[in-house]
Design a protein around this ligand. Structure first.
Ligand SMILES: *Cc1c(COP(=O)(O)O)cnc(C)c1O
Length: 366
């Protein structure tokens, strides 16, 4: 290859010299090597029932218009989402993105430049940190309490001088639900600091807390949503958010043109039309969360409002338990890579019934 690669490398921004997202592929390889061709896949919080036929049919049809650029406003999707959320009685502003990850990235792009401060309630989803760092921003982590609830005054205090704060509820990976009253108190405190709150509601469909009403009174609130979890469209990469009126034009100016493609838009609109599919899955998750609680013989499970549960496997180490489970054909996620969480927690998605049974049997043998 021509050129001095070392010199060329030195042109890349320092923030990309290390780090990056941690993908959980190791356990899958162990299960495969142990002879499991169809292991229980409980590491990524995916919908185990596949994709709704309504979404598949709509996506197939959209393939025929592959020569055309997508509608740049994703209007059909925005309208379908606005109608879907009509039950909350508010007229919500909906923006879309390539997964909620794409939404998060774009929101950060609108607020954060070199040296700007961002607060993140941890332990939590790692992508906020990656996206802020990529933009040159500086993250201040604020730890949750021992039981993983949020210490509201401490969180608000930490937001002094920050431009935006990230709070995930139900939280990944702990499953913790932050009560809407606590979120409202945070919003009030942050308004005084001129600070935005990004409330990540990726798993909100699996709990009974509804934060949407807060959009009415708080101009500093953005609520992130995704179609990857309850709607079973992880591979289609469709995320969205509710944003305040004043913010809408900024989001749109910062967004990559034609971010969502024809097929994703069509699949998402189709999926929104199949409410029975979502309902069936959500009910399944709620039933199995209770069954996990009842079926775990040795280890403590934390109260969860998501389609996964977090389990403390102490005195064992999470990485060891992940390997032992993989050898029994069950793939779960070690939480050791979540900063500040320690090394004894695993996160287990609620899968199909056979997968859940396989997990309970395996974990009780370890
Ligand atoms: C899965 C997830 C997302 C986003 O997922 P996308 O597939 O990018 O829509 C966002 N936040 C949390 C906490 C998640 O677990």
């Amino acid at each position: 290859m021509g050129g001095d690669t070392e010199s060329l490398k030195s042109q890349v921004r320092k923030v990309f010299e290390g780090g990056g997202y941690v993908f959980a592929t190791k356990a899958a390889n162990i299960a495969r090597d142990a002879g499991f061709t169809n292991p229980a896949r409980l590491a990524s919080n995916e919908n185990p029932f596949g994709t709704s036929d309504a979404a598949i049919n709509a996506a197939k049809e959209a393939l025929c218009s592959g020569n055309r650029y997508p509608d740049e406003t994703a209007d059909s999707l925005v309208r379908a989402l606005a109608e879907y959320h009509g039950d909350c009685g508010l007229k919500l502003n909906v923006v879309t993105g390539v997964g909620m990850d794409g939404v998060i990235e774009n929101v950060i792009r609108t607020f954060i430049g070199a040296g700007d401060k961002v607060v993140v309630s941890t332990p939590t989803f790692s992508f906020y940190n990656l996206a802020v760092t990529a933009q040159g921003g500086v993250v201040q982590n604020v730890r949750r309490r021992e039981d993983f609830t949020v210490n509201v005054p401490e969180f608000v205090e930490a937001c002094r001088g920050a431009k935006i704060a990230f709070l995930c509820s139900p939280n990944n990976p702990t499953g913790t639900i932050t009560p809407a009253e606590d979120v409202e108190e945070i919003l009030k405190g942050l308004l005084k600091e001129n600070c935005m709150l990004f409330l990540d509601n990726a798993y909100v469909d699996f709990c009974d807390t509804d934060y949407r009403r807060l959009m009415k009174d708080y101009g500093n609130l953005i609520i992130g949503r995704t179609m990857s979890k309850a709607f079973g469209l992880a591979g289609m990469r469709v995320g969205y958010a509710f944003v305040p009126d004043w913010y809408l034009p900024y989001y749109k100016r910062a967004q990559t043109p034609f971010a969502l493609n024809n097929i994703s838009i069509a699949a998402a609109v189709g999926a929104i039309g199949d409410r029975e599919f979502v309902k069936r899955y959500v009910n399944h998750v709620k039933e199995w969360r209770d069954a996990f609680e009842a079926g775990l013989k040795k280890y403590r499970m934390y109260p969860a409002g998501a389609n996964f549960v977090m389990i403390d496997v102490a005195p064992q180490k999470s990485d060891d338990v992940v390997v032992k489970l993989a050898k029994k054909g069950v793939i779960v996620r070690s939480c050791a890579s979540f900063p500040t969480l320690g090394d004894t927690f695993i996160r287990v998605s609620i899968g199909d019934s056979w997968e859940n049974e396989m997990f309970l049997k395996a974990i009780n043998e370890i």
